[in-house]
Design a binder for this molecule. Structure first.
Ligand SMILES: O=C(O)CCC(=O)C(=O)O
Length: 281
């Protein structure tokens, strides 16, 4: 097990993450490497959406917030180099202060020109994994500002713990989490970000992304890491857990949920069963 991280982050960044529930780590992906990842993710999104010719206006409210392509590492080996990158996973381990991390999921979130706001929510209540340490890396391929679908986070909201689940798909009317009394009226802070940087957020941080008023797609890729000691807490349907045969009380690990920190010598096995090409699963 390595005792050093490929990229060591400053103690102030860890403190900021612990206090605020989000932090930006600037200049962590070299721009040449980022360009290679961006091409790989662009191609993967193109492959996954090849048969979808709908205009934005003909999509559901959820689909208008982004094109979502999950678990790209399983179908696109060049994307796997990003999703399993030990330097990124090592930063996640430092921010969460845990020894071992598994990959929970990766996904491309491409917000088309004219795309709608991503509804404010917390991530972790979507999944039957309790309050185990969980963190997301939000990796932009473009400069992203408020006019182009920037992320916004409610500072300190992760300390409120698990709030009501928000139906971000809008199949029912979503809970207005920004008005939750636990947030004491705190407002989301927009985070403008440059390519090469990563924005990190805690699994309980309330966040959203603004609509994309620009004429260009906002391209982002996210990697979600989970403490390797996490256990399944509920029997609700969960594609990655059901596929890996993880029962309530079992450790969240197995096929499709590989250890990413510390990195293993061999690449993870690709699951035989591949999920939906697009959309939440
Ligand atoms: O990129 C977006 O529009 C939303 C991202 C998000 O909610 C997340 O990464 O958890």
């Amino acid at each position: 097990m390595p005792t050093t991280y490929p990229i060591t982050i400053a103690p102030e960044q860890i403190t900021a993450f612990e206090d605020q529930g989000f932090v930006v780590t600037p200049d962590v992906i070299n721009l040449d490497a980022l360009a290679v990842f961006q091409e790989a993710v662009d191609q993967a999104v193109k492959d996954r959406t090849a048969n979808d010719h709908r205009a934005l206006k003909d999509k559901s409210r959820y689909e208008q917030s982004f094109i979502q392509c999950m678990r790209l590492w399983e179908t696109h080996p060049k994307v796997a180099s990003l999703s399993l990158d030990p330097s990124i996973a090592g930063i996640a381990a430092q921010l969460l202060n845990v020894k071992k991390l598994n990959l929970w999921q990766d996904q491309a979130l491409y917000k088309e020109a004219g795309g709608q706001e991503t509804t404010p929510h917390q991530d972790q209540p979507f999944w039957p994994i309790g309050a185990s340490p969980l963190i997301s890396a939000w990796i932009p391929f473009d400069h992203v500002d408020a006019a182009r679908g920037a992320m916004a986070y409610v500072p300190g909201s992760h300390k409120a713990g698990r709030l009501k689940v928000v139906d971000i798909t809008h199949s029912t009317s979503p809970y207005d989490i920004l008005r939750d009394p636990a947030l004491n009226g705190a407002k989301p802070e927009i985070v403008e970000v440059a390519p090469g940087s990563i924005i990190w957020h805690h699994g309980m941080t309330v966040h959203l992304a603004s609509g994309n008023q620009s004429t260009q797609t906002r391209r982002a890729f996210t990697i979600v890491y989970l403490d390797a000691d996490a256990i399944r807490t509920k029997p609700w349907r969960s594609y990655p857990l059901d596929r890996a045969g993880v029962a309530v009380g079992d450790t969240v690990a197995g096929m499709g949920l590989p250890q990413v920190w510390p990195p293993l010598a061999d690449p993870p096995e690709i699951p035989a069963l591949i999920g939906h090409g697009t959309g939440p699963q």
